[in-house]
Design a binder for this molecule. Structure first.
Ligand SMILES: [Zn+2]
Length: 298
């Protein structure tokens, strides 16, 4: 009888250990971010504090940094002063940082923004989010916005023959949202999407645009660039600042600046304090996008 009892206890403990092992392996697979199919239906629920940290919920506490709807900023970029909502009396710069999360330079940028008491919009790539959930959380907790920048960042898949493939773009987007669902337990309600390479670089995107729109997303390009995606052998702070000044001076409607930079470059992280100072000296306020603006309910 005693022997039978011990066997039952051993079997229960063994089963418990196997379940623990399997569930942690599911989390690990997702963290490495390799196979979206493997992580589907797995959720590591640690989203509660993160969801409360979203910038839209903290709008009144953001002080100098104001939150604007992505669709509105898109309209300002496209139509400039002709837009009825164009803030002629104000100069606003939106710092947008693509291609992260990058653990080293991206973290440095989050710290720099915090030290200057401002915020930016990070357009993260889904494949890099997995394993860096803490960084996404930190960016949001510091009042920054997060937009979507595809799951794969694969030009040939998204734009075969330089022409937008709406089915691939939307499938890639669904993979990305699935990663957030897995990583955060609940999927945030994003409003901002940035096409890898920029909307301006590709043909035939109108179908993908309207499908993004039906998912509550507006795409956003930029009108000023640090030029840091041109992979120079030696990218310096001086080169970045020259690009920022030159492209800012070139735009006709200077009231709204959407600045493109990448968190993959050490020099860009190093240049960020100088970039902030430059726009402050020019009388700009800092703005972020309303992304995410809550939690997806369906
Ligand atoms: Zn990119």
């Amino acid at each position: 009888m005693m022997q039978k009892k011990r066997t039952i206890i051993r079997a229960c403990v063994g089963l418990f250990l196997i379940i623990c092992l399997l569930s942690s392996a599911g989390c690990m697979a997702g963290r490495r971010g390799m196979h979206i199919g493997q992580i589907r239906n797995h959720a590591c629920p640690r989203a509660d504090t993160l969801l409360q940290a979203m910038p839209a919920f903290r709008a009144k506490e953001m002080g100098a940094v104001k939150i604007y709807s992505t669709a509105q900023v898109q309209e300002w970029l496209r139509f400039g002063s002709r837009s009825a909502t164009y803030p002629n009396d104000r100069k606003i710069v939106f710092i947008t940082i693509d291609d992260g999360p990058h653990s080293q330079h991206g973290m440095k940028m989050i710290e720099t923004l915090k030290a200057h008491n401002i915020a930016a919009t990070f357009f993260y790539i889904g494949g890099y989010v997995a394993g860096r959930e803490a960084q996404v959380k930190l960016a949001l907790e510091n009042g920054n916005s997060v937009g979507l920048h595809s799951d794969s960042h694969n030009y040939r898949y998204l734009y075969p023959g330089r022409s937008g493939n709406a089915d691939n773009i939307i499938q890639d987007l669904k993979n990305l949202l699935q990663r957030y669902q897995w990583a955060l337990g609940q999927a945030p309600e994003f409003t901002a999407y940035r096409y890898p390479g920029g909307h301006m670089s590709w043909k035939n995107l109108s179908e993908a645009d309207s499908r993004l729109g039906s998912m509550g997303l507006a795409w956003l390009d930029w009108n000023v660039s640090t030029g840091d995606s041109v992979r120079e052998d030696i990218l310096t702070v001086e080169m970045i600042m020259n690009n920022v000044r030159a492209t800012t001076e070139r735009i006709s409607d200077k009231n709204v600046v959407v600045l493109l930079m990448h968190e993959t470059e050490a020099a860009t992280a190093e240049a960020l304090p100088e970039i902030i100072r430059y726009y402050q000296d020019q009388g700009y306020e800092f703005g972020i996008l309303d992304s995410p603006k809550g939690i997806r309910t369906q």
